[in-house]
Design a protein around this ligand. Structure first.
Ligand code: SF4
Ligand code: SF4
Length: 323
């Protein structure tokens, strides 16, 4: 690669939510997880709703606010005001129509009650942060996991980070919803060791109803990565959502679909949980899964056992990772 091209690729920027360090749920060993922003699906149970849009978002944690008024004074377009909310509680009201996303309010808040979800990083900056954890990867056999949001939506950024990380001998993984053009996944494959591919619902109509998109592209992409010639480990992740995808029919069809693909290593069934529901409130969004109950460990195991009847030699594990 020419020096000029490498320089421009290292300067490529991406929209990043945050880093999480020493995770044990997103691949082998201790992982540094880089959460990117931007996702094409609208899963109502998503535990990181602040990762859905590409742009940075503003959140407000009312419990931390002392109503000092600094943010109101800092806002030059009067998007904020001290007032009573619909429950007649004193609060800082926010007018999204007026907001210009300058985040001066977040910088002015002494309580950290106003959050800025998201920022921009270059490839070089991201790789520098990843390499800070090299000693943990060395001792635990861990590495980098890029999650989201949807990492392949920012295909160039993701591929460049993976390539540079591999130069340091670090193990790489990506967690993907797989609802992106295959060309964007393909860009990353030469530098990817482990792909966690979501499979949420085999019934395309239900997929469309709950997630806003049908499952055709996802199923095709899983078949294509399965047929790729790279020495790639593929885990299919199924988030178990009561009432959405825990039926006998869906679990049977999911297991049979995976069993027909020769290069899948395993299926991992993850339980629905409510982590992240507070973030919906901070973003001023409704959490649509209030009526859902997290599946018990016993039910999770029973559903995994059921899938094993149809998965042939393919192992079906249960996990505790975030969905
Ligand atoms: S982000 Fe800027 S414009 Fe928006 S409310 Fe905060 S200070 Fe005002
Ligand atoms: S600056 Fe922070 S603590 Fe003060 S009113 Fe605004 S949100 Fe509340």
């Amino acid at each position: 690669m020419s020096g000029g091209r490498q320089k421009s690729e290292m300067a490529l920027t991406g929209s990043v939510l945050r880093f999480a360090r020493a995770s044990m749920h997103d691949g082998r060993g201790l992982r540094t997880v880089l959460f990117l922003k931007g996702c094409p699906l609208q899963c109502p149970w998503c535990s990181t709703p602040e990762s859905r849009p590409f742009e940075p978002q503003r959140g407000y944690v009312q419990d931390l606010c002392t109503l000092c008024g600094n943010c109101v004074d800092a806002c030059r377009v009067q998007a904020l005001a001290r007032a009573a909310d619909e429950k007649d509680e004193k609060t800082v009201t926010f007018d999204p129509e007026k907001c210009q996303r300058c985040f001066g309010c977040a910088a002015s808040c002494p309580q950290n009650a106003i959050k800025k979800y998201g920022h921009t990083l270059t490839v070089a900056e991201a790789v520098e942060q990843i390499c800070q954890d090299e000693i943990f990867y060395f001792h635990s056999g861990g590495g980098l996991t890029i999650s989201g949001g949807e990492p392949f939506c920012q295909a160039g950024f993701t591929a460049n980070i993976l390539r540079e990380t591999k130069k340091h001998g670090i193990h790489t993984a990506v967690e993907s919803c797989m609802h992106v053009p295959f060309s964007q996944i393909e860009m990353a494959l030469p530098w990817l060791d482990h792909l966690y591919a979501d499979l949420k619902q085999m019934d395309s109509r239900l997929h469309l109803l709950w997630l806003g998109e049908n499952n055709g592209l996802i199923l095709e992409n899983i078949k294509k990565v399965n047929a790729s010639c790279f020495p790639l480990v593929i885990t299919i992740r199924l988030p178990l959502i009561p009432g959405f995808n825990d039926s006998d029919q869906n679990l049977r069809e999911s297991a049979q679909f995976c069993a027909g693909l020769t290069n899948i290593r395993e299926i991992e069934v993850l339980p629905y949980h409510r982590l992240g529901s507070d973030t919906y409130r901070h973003l001023g969004l409704d959490y649509q899964c209030l009526d859902l109950t997290a599946p018990s460990e016993k039910y999770l195991q029973e559903r995994a056992t059921f899938m094993r009847k149809f998965s042939g030699p393919l192992p079906v594990k249960t996990g505790s990772g975030l969905i």
